[in-house]
Design a binder for this molecule. Structure first.
Ligand SMILES: C[S@@+](CC[C@H](N)C(=O)[O-])C[C@H]1O[C@@H](n2cnc3c(N)ncnc32)[C@H](O)[C@@H]1O
Length: 247
């Protein structure tokens, strides 16, 4: 048993059982949100955009752990993770979403209304444009969750840091806030894009996946090397890069 590696559970069956067990003893997800996740999974071809319910438990735990009241989410899709954040921060908190696609924004807001989460607002458009224009909140965000177009991750990080200057009266993210980036390992391709990785696509060198992986590598490196941040890469799900804003 190599306890220092992620290779503890070497068969799929064992990995599944350990995951299910871990889910069963972790903080709960409201049943209505589990139902929403299951319905989207059943009804929509693009449902793999959503984080898993297991990952959503980690996000609820993270939000509660740092007493988060304000969350900014980049990449909302049909609102599952936004509602998870809304649940995590509670009715006194606030969730701001940035989403490119108008149809997704509408579906997300409809779902939020139907499920009783009325503290979610969404700005529709390219986050590269809506993020810099975002009015500084009265209180800075405690968490930014980045889960949108991968090639823009490095730009989002640079902009978030620029808008969160130490000592500034108005800033986007508070000192001690967390910037969490999803898909930060992309089926391991970020760490290993050799032919040893069974997920390597044939067109990796020229295709879309190669560009996404290059951008995520840039993001992970920029976060790790920035003295304003302390990072931890969670090698679960598709990889979750956690960065704490030190100043
Ligand atoms: C992986 S999905 C988000 C899933 C969501 N966080 C969840 O778990 O329920 C990525 C989303 O980012 C959106 N997106 C892609 N490019 C974007 C951009 N330039 N600006 C804002 N949103 C973008 C997509 O339309 C899509 O809805």
């Amino acid at each position: 048993m190599k306890e220092g590696t992620t290779l503890l559970y070497t068969t799929e069956t064992l990995g599944d059982r350990v995951s299910k067990y871990s889910e069963s003893i972790s903080v709960t997800v409201p049943q209505k949100l589990r139902d929403y996740h299951a319905r989207i999974f059943k009804d929509r071809d693009d449902s793999n955009y959503m984080i898993s319910t297991f990952e959503s438990q980690a996000l609820i735990f993270l939000g509660r752990m740092i007493g988060a009241k304000r969350v900014l989410e980049i990449g909302v899709y049909v609102g599952f993770s936004a509602m998870i954040w809304s649940h995590a921060v509670g009715p006194q908190g606030k969730v701001t979403g940035l989403e490119y696609d108008e149809e997704y924004s509408e579906l997300a807001l409809k779902a939020a209304k139907e499920n009783g989460y009325d503290n979610i607002e969404i700005h529709t458009g390219d986050a590269a444009e809506t993020l810099p224009k975002l009015a500084y909140p009265d209180e800075p965000y405690d968490i930014v969750f980045i889960d949108a177009n991968k090639t823009a991750y490095p730009g989002y990080l640079a902009k978030i840091l620029e808008m969160s200057q130490p000592g500034a009266k108005k800033r986007l993210v508070r000192q001690g806030g967390i910037i969490a980036a999803d898909n930060a390992l992309r089926r391991g391709l970020v760490a290993d894009s050799s032919s040893d990785n069974p997920w390597l696509p044939a067109d990796f060198a020229t295709g879309w996946e190669g560009s996404a992986v290059a951008a995520i590598r840039k993001y992970n490196k920029a976060a790790a090397e920035n003295s304003r941040l302390e990072t931890f890469m969670v090698p679960l799900w598709d990889g979750l890069n956690l960065a704490r804003l030190v100043d």
